[in-house]
Design a protein around this ligand. Structure first.
Ligand code: HEM
Ligand code: HEM
Length: 303
C-alpha cells in the first residue's frame, strides 16, 4: 500500500496544507463576495414587482437580456461548462493525472458549479418563466444533489489518486494503538484494557436507521473519548499526552464508523450518480435550446 502511494504521489502536484487552505478559502471568499455584490447592486431591481420593473432605472442593465443580466447568464453558463468538462476530462484522461490530485479538481468542480448557478440565478432576475425554467430547476436539483453527493463522497475512504478503497484496505489503515500505548506509557492493566476496548466497538449490535445511527454514534464517541481522557488522567499522563492519545482514539473511532458504513455509502453513492448526472444532462440540453432560441430572436449581448 505504502509503496503504491509513494510511487503514485511522485506524479502528483501535492499542495501543502497551507496552500490547500488558501485554495479553498479563495473559492469560498470569491463565491461570497460575488453573491454579496450582485445582491447589493441589484436588490432594489429584483425586489420590484414584475409589472413595475419595466420602469426601474436598472431594468435595461439587469433584465435577463440586459448588458449585465445577459452577461451573468453567459459567464455563469461558461463556468458550469468548464466545471463539468474539466472534471470529467480529469477523470477520463490519464495524462491529466499529473496536474494535481482528483480531490483538488473536484473542489474546483464544486467551486465553478456553485458560482456558475449563482450567476445564472441573477441572470434570470429571479423570474423563472418559460420552458427554460425546467433547465433552471434541474440546475437547482443538480446543485442540491451535489451537496448530498459531496457528503457521501467524503465518507468513502480513497487512495491519493481518488480511487475508492476496499474494505480490506481501509481495515489496513487502522493503527496498532495497543502496541503504541504499551511502548509509550505505563498504564495499569485495567486502564490499558479499557482504552483498547473503547476502540474495538462492535457495530453489529447497532443495526439502527442510518441517520439516527450516525447521530447516536456521534454522541457515543464523544462519551468514549471523555472516558478515555478520564482514565489517562487517573494514570497521571500529562495534558499533551492525554490529548495525543485521545486524538488517536478519536481517529480509530472515526475509522470504525467509516468501515461500518462503507458498504452502505458505496451503494448510496452509486444511486447518487444516477440522480446527479441526468439532471445535469436535462439542464444542459434545455440550456442549449434556450440559448438557440435567444440567438434566433436576435439577442446578441454586447456583440
Ligand atoms: C442554465 C443556464 C440558463 C438558465 C437556467 C437561464 C434561464 C433564463 C430565464 C429563467 C430567463 C427568463 C425568462 C423569462 O423572462 O420569463 C432567461 C432569459 C434570457 N436568457 Fe437565459 N438562462 C441560461 C443561460 C443563458 C445563456 C447562456 C444565454 C445567452 C447566450 C441566455 C440568454 C437569455 C436571454 C437573452 C434572455 C431574455 C429573453 C427574453 O427576454 O425574451 N441565457 N434565461
Ligand atoms: C450546475 C451544477 C452542477 C453540474 C452541472 C454538475 C455536474 C456533474 C457531473 C456531470 C459530474 C460527473 C458525474 C460522473 O463522473 O459520473 C459531477 C460529479 C460530481 N459533482 Fe457535480 N455538478 C454540479 C454541481 C455540483 C455541486 C454544487 C457539488 C457539491 C457541492 C457537486 C458535487 C459533485 C460530486 C461529489 C461529484 C462526484 C465526483 C466523483 O464521483 O468523482 N456538483 N457533477
Amino acid at each position: 500500500m505504502l509503496g503504491e502511494h509513494s510511487a503514485i504521489s511522485k506524479h502528483f502536484v501535492i499542495m501543502s496544507q497551507l496552500a490547500h487552505r488558501i485554495y479553498i478559502y479563495s473559492f469560498v471568499t470569491i463565491v461570497i463576495l460575488v453573491t454579496a455584490y450582485l445582491f447589493y447592486q441589484g436588490i432594489s431591481y429584483y425586489s420590484t414587482s414584475e409589472v413595475d420593473r419595466f420602469y426601474h432605472p436598472s431594468h435595461d442593465l439587469l433584465k435577463p437580456s440586459g448588458a449585465f443580466g445577459h452577461g451573468y447568464g453567459i459567464v455563469g453558463t461558461l463556468l458550469v461548462l468548464i466545471g463539468v468538462f474539466t472534471y470529467i476530462a480529469r477523470k477520463r484522461y490519464r495524462f491529466l493525472t499529473r496536474l494535481g490530485r482528483l480531490k483538488y479538481w473536484l473542489e474546483f468542480h464544486i467551486f465553478l458549479c456553485s458560482l456558475g448557478p449563482i450567476l445564472i440565478l441573477f441572470h434570470t432576475a429571479f423570474k423563472f418563466g418559460g420552458i427554460v425554467s425546467i433547465s433552471f430547476w434541474s440546475m437547482v436539483a443538480v446543485v442540491a444533489s451535489g451537496v448530498i453527493g459531496r457528503f457521501i463522497y467524503i465518507q468513502i475512504p480513497r487512495s491519493i489518486e481518488g480511487r475508492e478503497l476496499s474494505l480490506q484496505e481501509v481495515r489496513g489503515m487502522k493503527t496498532n494503538i495497543g502496541t503504541f500505548l504499551q511502548n509509550s506509557y505505563q498504564l495499569d492493566q485495567e486502564s490499558y484494557d479499557a482504552v483498547l476496548e473503547s476502540t474495538l466497538v462492535s457495530y453489529e449490535e447497532r443495526k439502527t436507521n442510518l441517520i439516527t445511527g450516525i447521530v447516536q454514534k456521534f454522541f457515543d464517541d464523544k462519551m468514549t473519548i471523555r472516558r478515555v481522557k478520564g482514565i489517562l488522567r487517573k494514570n497521571g499522563l500529562s495534558g499533551p499526552d492525554i490529548r495525543h492519545v485521545a486524538k488517536l482514539v478519536g481517529n480509530e473511532l472515526a475509522l470504525n464508523n467509516r468501515i461500518d458504513r462503507l458498504q452502505t455509502m458505496q451503494q448510496l453513492f452509486k444511486y447518487w450518480h444516477v440522480a446527479h448526472l441526468p439532471f445535469a444532462l436535462i439542464m444542459l440540453i434545455i440550456m442549449v435550446i434556450h440559448v438557440g432560441v435567444t440567438i434566433a430572436f436576435g439577442y446578441r449581448w454586447i456583440f
